[in-house]
Design a protein around this ligand. Sequence first.
Ligand code: AMP
Ligand code: MG
Length: 319
Amino acid sequence: MRNLLLILLIFPIFCYGEWLSDEKAIMGTSVKITLWHHDKSHGEAAIKAVFDEMERINQLMSPYINSSELYSVNKNAAIQPVKISNELYLLIKQAQLISAQTKGAFDITFASVGFLYNYRERISPSNQVRDTNQALIDYRQVELNDKNQTVHFKQQGMKIDLGGIAKGYAVDNAITILKSQGVNSALVSAGGDTKALGKHGDRPWLLAIQDPRKKGKHAIQLPMENEAISTSGDYERYFIQDGVRHHHIIDPKTGHSAAKVQSVSIIGQRGVMTDALSTSVFVLGVKDGLALINSMPNFEALIIDKDRKLHFSNGLLAH
Ligand code: AMP
Ligand code: MG
C-alpha cells in the first residue's frame, strides 16, 4: 500500500509535461521547433527564445536587409577594410576555413554571381555578365585581419553571402538556448538544416530526406540523436529554362548552378559544419564529395546523384 502511494506521488513528476511545436517563416525559410517540456509556459518561452535568436541572426547576416551588418560589408569592404562584430567575423572566418578545406567548392563570394539570380521571377544572368562576375568569385580575395577584426575585399564588385552556413549556425545556437532552458528533447530545423537534442520519447528522432524529384515523398529516413543533419538540394529554389535547371547552389568554378547531383545530406555534430559541407559536397559531386567526407572523422554523407542513385559515406555503409 505504501509503495502504491509512493508511485502515485512520483508518477506525475515523471509523466507531467507535453510536446510543444511551432513553425515560423524566418531567414527566408521555414523554422520548425518541436520539444518536450514538463512546464508548458516554460516550453513556450523556450520556443519564443529560439525564434528570437533566428530573427537576430537574420537581422545581422541577411544580404537583403539594408540595416544588416553583412549588407554594410558588401557595400563598403571593397572600398576599405570594414570592422565587424566578433560574431560575424568568426562565422566568415569559419567559412574561409571550409573554403580552403573544400578547395573552393564552398565560397561565400559565390554571391558575386548569386545576386544576379531571382528564382521566383525566373531571372538568371546572361552568359557574358555571368562570366564577368564569375571572375569575382574567389574566397582568397577576402582579407580578414584578426587583430583589427576587419574584412576587406581585394576586388571591386565582389559580394559575400552566408546562406550556405548561417542556418546551420542558427540551429546550433537554438539547441544551446533550449538546453540552457532545461529542455532535453527537441528537434529544430531551419529549411534543410536540422539538429536533434536527445531522443523523441524513448526512440531516436526520425529524419526524412526528401525525394528530390517527387514533392512530399521521402527518399529515405534516418535515426538521429544529439546530432545535426543538413540537406542541400536542387529542388528548393529553382526554375527550369531551355532544359537547364537554375538553382541556388552555384559552382564557384563556372558561375552556373552545380549540376553533378540532386541532393546531399551531411550528418555531424555541429550544424554550422554540416550546413557548409552539404553545400560543398553538392558542388563537388559524388567522387570528390565522398572522398572529402570519408577523410573527415565524425561526418557522414548521403548523396542522391543525377540518376537518382544513392551513395553513402563509409561510416553509413558500415551500419
Ligand atoms: P544549402 O541549402 O545549405 O545548400 O545552402 C544554399 C545556399 O548557400 C544558397 O541559397 C546560397 O545562399 C549559398 N551558396 C550557394 N552556392 C554556394 C557556394 N558555392 N558556396 C557557399 N555558399 C553557397
Ligand atoms: Mg548547406
